[in-house]
Design a binder for this molecule. Structure first.
Ligand SMILES: [Zn+2]
Length: 96
């Protein structure tokens, strides 16, 4: 998922994917937010989102609460694009 749109080599402003293991919540929140935005209509349940990002489901649920508290994300009931279970999934709001 390397993007070439952002200027490279700037420290402090870009948070690269955190190394494996325990990630600070802010880094996890960033990962999840990016993943949700990138996924578009292909929404994933918390478990699949966690698996995709190499995170624990617990962490994903924790940051979901953080993201929901901010503008731009909402919890909706949809079928997961991966495991097909209908669950509450985190989606990015389209409208501003
Ligand atoms: Zn799933």
């Amino acid at each position: 998922m390397a993007r070439r749109t952002a200027p490279a080599g700037r420290d402090g402003t870009s948070h690269e994917h955190a190394a494996g293991g325990r990630s600070p919540l802010a880094a996890v929140a960033h990962l999840v937010a990016e993943a949700v935005r990138d996924s578009g209509a292909r929404v994933l349940c918390f478990r699949c989102l966690a698996a995709q990002q190499g995170l624990s489901e617990h962490d994903v649920r924790a940051v979901a609460l953080v993201l929901l508290a901010r503008a731009g994300f909402e919890l909706v009931r949809r079928a997961c694009a991966s495991c097909q279970r209908v669950e509450g999934v985190l989606v990015a709001q389209e409208v501003a």
